[in-house]
Unconditional design. Structure first.
Length: 431
């Protein structure tokens, strides 16, 4: 049955205060596999989500030969392989290294970079950010200090449209119309304005300066906002560090304009498709790799962008139809765009439910919600997105608790013990 709607204080931001940590950063990578209930898990960092076609084929090969045959997109545009054999670590590393996906074993977990996926493809944005992405990745892999960054530390390169600027990165670089860049740290409202050509080096110097502050904090601080009041001191120290390095900078305000990720369909000279719940079967991935003339761009919104500047309009339409035939979403009005979920059972031992099955079963009901839904198998809510949404969290009793925002006030919540009544529960907390 549905419980009466109740209100409860909104939980504080996960980065508002330094969390108590009794162990080091266990974030999985390519060389550090995570033991899950469905086998070992590898997380392959793909800076900016950019995959050359041969790299996409290599990942498909790894998934088929070593894992469960599927590829999973993360909220940072990276790829996870699941169901891996415990003894496959060396073989996986060799395969990915040969494909150019492991440029530095010491830095593979810190190459966390998101970038505007449509940059240079649709005529929007202030500049194309690919050169920034390439320069930062090379500098990051050459930096001894950067090895100390947490696997959770995130860089974002926004071409000025405001898409990845809204993702809560630790260092966000946003292009401006005057060929400059605004560099913001964590959730700070002030930014440092630098010349566009200096942006990648400035981003790395900011991250290296953060590491100095994290060491002085004497705690396991992995994200900039975890410094609390120290974030303001960090900003001043970064400005001084940039000046010492010959990078001119002045204080400015961040651009408040934000947009969402790309919708499915043909946008500019690109094809865009959405992978429901971030999961791609081997045939779907293979079709994507075959259609792509040069590369794929993975996004934090589980949308895959296929640049196709040399395709004719009819060729793009035909390619989109091929992708739709595999079950990928090509309709911008699909309810799948507003439904997400963690891995749930049986892959995660902490999950209390098969949340992906329940999310799929109730897709029609979810389409009536004015807010996106995110299904979680437990209170950790792994992979949950930023922004307003309805959280659907499995409870120890075998049902779910729904929680949604109520303006600036407390959360509105209700309990659900029968997923067939999801539409009623959603109406109770969103009306």
């Amino acid at each position: 049955m549905l419980a009466a709607v109740s209100t409860a204080p909104s939980p504080s931001s996960p980065q508002a205060t330094p969390p108590a940590r009794d162990r080091g950063d266990a974030c999985p990578g390519t060389l550090r596999l995570h033991a899950a209930d469905d086998g070992a898990l590898a997380r392959i960092r793909v800076p900016g989500g950019v995959l050359a076609a041969h790299q996409a084929h290599a990942l498909a090969d790894a998934a088929r030969r070593l894992g469960d045959g599927e590829l999973h997109l993360t909220s940072r545009g990276n790829v996870q392989l699941r169901g891996l054999r415990d003894t496959c670590g060396e073989e996986l590393a060799r395969l990915l290294d040969a494909a150019g996906l492991l440029p530095s074993p010491e830095h593979e977990r810190v190459r966390n970079v998101v970038a505007s996926p449509l940059s240079g493809l649709d005529g929007q944005g202030a500049r194309e950010v690919r050169s920034w992405l390439t320069a930062l990745d090379a500098a990051l892999c050459a930096s001894e200090a950067a090895r100390g960054l947490s696997g959770r530390f995130l860089f974002a390169f926004d071409d000025g449209r405001g898409d990845v600027a809204s993702l809560g990165a630790d260092v966000t670089v946003r292009a401006t119309a005057d060929d400059g860049a605004l560099i913001s740290l964590g959730s700070a409202r002030e930014a440092l304005r630098v010349a566009g050509d200096d942006a990648p080096r400035a981003a790395l110097l900011a991250a290296e300066e953060f590491l100095q502050f994290a060491r002085l904090a004497g705690e396991r601080v992995w994200r900039i906002d975890e410094l609390g009041p120290g974030s303001a001191e960090l900003a001043s120290a970064v400005r001084h560090r940039l000046a010492e390095s010959g990078i001119g900078c002045v204080w400015d305000s961040t651009d408040a304009t934000v947009t969402g990720g790309p919708l499915p369909g043909v946008i500019g000279s690109a094809l865009c498709v959405h992978a429901p719940l971030g999961r791609l079967t081997a045939p779907q991935w293979q079709e994507l790799a075959d259609v792509a003339p040069g590369e794929l761009r993975l996004t934090p919104w589980r949308v895959v962008v296929v640049p196709a500047p040399d395709m004719t309009v009819s060729d793009r339409s035909a390619a989109l139809s091929r992708l739709a035939a595999t079950g990928l979403v090509t309709d911008p009005s699909s309810p799948w765009l507003d439904v997400g979920a963690c891995i749930g059972r049986p892959g995660c031992g902490k999950s209390r439910a098969d949340v992906r099955a329940d999310a799929t079963r109730t897709l029609a009901a979810a389409s009536g919600s004015p807010l996106p839904l995110y299904w979680s198998g437990c209170e950790r809510r792994c992979g949950h997105p930023r922004g307003d949404r309805v959280d659907v969290v499995a409870t120890p009793e075998g049902g779910y608790r729904l929680a949604g925002p109520d303006g600036d006030g407390p959360l509105r919540t209700t309990d659900l013990d029968d997923v067939s009544r999801l539409a009623t529960a959603l109406a109770a907390i969103t009306s």
